[in-house]
Ligand binder design. Structure first.
Ligand SMILES: [Zn+2]
Length: 265
C-alpha cells in the first residue's frame, strides 16, 4: 500500500479514525487541504481557470494577478470603499465564522481595504450567483458571500478529476464590463472537508479561507514555496512575502477606482 504522509493536524475521529482507510481525497500535499479551484466569471459567461497551468514560475515575484484591465493594470477592487460580506455557516463546524473574521482581518492588514460584516445569510453559493439581487440585498451590488457548501448538493465544481477542492472562490466584475473592477464575489468552502477550524496548521480551515480570499481579491496561483497562493496552500498558515506584495499592489496603495453603480430594477 502506498505510504501516505502524516496529516498536518489530527484528523477528526468521527470522520477518519486513526488506522482507518484513508479516503482517496487525502492523497494530496498537505493531506486534506487546499486543492483549490479557481474560477473566473466575466460577462455572464462561466469559465473555469486551470488549476496549475498559467502559474508563475517558482523564481517569479511570488504573486500573480488573476486578470488585467485593458490598460494592463491588475483588476482589483476599489480600495477606498469597504467590501461587504455575509456568511452562510449552516454547514460549518463551530468556530468557522470566527475564522472568517480573522481571515478578513488579515486581508485588511495586507491590503488596507476595510471589510464590513453584514451577518449571516441563508443564501447558498452558486456558480450562477447574480451580482445584483434586488429582493435580497437591495439596489446595489450583492455583498461577498462566504458559504459552507455541500459538494453533493451544489453546482459548484469542487471536484476536478480525482481532486477535491477545499474551497472555490470567484471575484466578479460588473456584467457590463464598462470598468474592469471587482464589485462582488463569493467563496464556497467545502462543507464535506474535515479540516478543523483555526490557523495554527496548514491543514486547518483558516488558511483555506485566507487562500480563497486571496483569489477574491484578485490573486491567482503561484508555484513559489512558502506562498499561501500556491495551489496547495504552500505549507504555510499565513501570507508569504509574495502574497503580501501582490495584495499590496491590489490594495489601498494603488489608489481609488471609480465603481459604476448597478442600474436599478
Ligand atoms: Zn486556489
Amino acid at each position: 500500500m502506498e505510504q501516505l504522509p502524516p496529516p498536518p493536524v489530527p484528523l477528526r475521529p468521527d470522520l477518519a479514525p486513526v488506522g482507518s482507510e484513508v479516503p482517496r481525497r487525502r492523497r494530496f500535499p498537505f493531506g486534506v487541504t487546499v486543492v483549490c479551484v479557481l474560477l473566473a466569471l466575466s460577462m455572464g459567461a462561466v469559465a473555469i481557470a486551470p488549476l496549475f497551468e498559467g502559474t508563475e514560475e517558482a523564481r517569479g515575484p511570488g504573486f500573480l494577478f488573476l486578470d488585467r484591465t485593458d490598460q494592463g493594470t491588475p483588476t482589483r477592487w476599489d480600495p477606498c470603499e469597504p467590501i461587504h460580506y455575509v456568511v452562510n455557516a449552516e454547514l460549518a463546524p463551530p468556530g468557522s465564522i470566527e475564522d472568517v473574521h480573522e481571515a478578513v482581518h488579515r486581508m485588511t492588514a495586507a491590503t488596507g481595504i476595510a471589510f464590513v460584516y453584514e451577518g449571516t445569510t441563508d443564501e447558498e453559493a452558486s456558480i450562477s450567483r447574480d451580482v445584483y439581487q434586488f429582493d435580497r440585498y437591495g439596489d446595489r451590488w450583492v455583498p461577498v458571500l462566504i458559504a459552507w457548501t455541500d459538494p453533493d448538493d451544489s453546482d459548484i465544481p469542487f471536484r476536478r478529476g480525482d481532486r477535491v477542492a477545499a474551497g472555490v472562490a470567484v471575484p466578479r466584475i460588473a456584467p457590463t464590463r464598462l470598468e474592469d473592477v471587482y464589485v462582488s464575489g463569493w467563496v464556497a468552502i467545502n462543507a464535506d472537508d474535515p479540516n478543523p477550524p483555526g490557523f495554527s496548521a496548514p491543514g486547518q480551515q483558516g488558511p483555506v479561507i485566507l487562500h480563497e480570499l486571496g483569489h477574491l481579491m484578485g490573486l491567482g496561483h503561484v508555484r513559489a514555496a512558502g506562498e499561501l497562493m500556491h495551489p496547495s496552500g504552500g505549507g504555510v498558515v499565513d501570507f508569504g512575502p509574495g502574497d503580501r506584495e501582490g495584495l499590496r499592489q491590489l490594495g489601498a496603495d494603488a489608489g481609488c477606482i471609480k465603481v459604476m453603480e448597478p442600474i436599478g430594477p
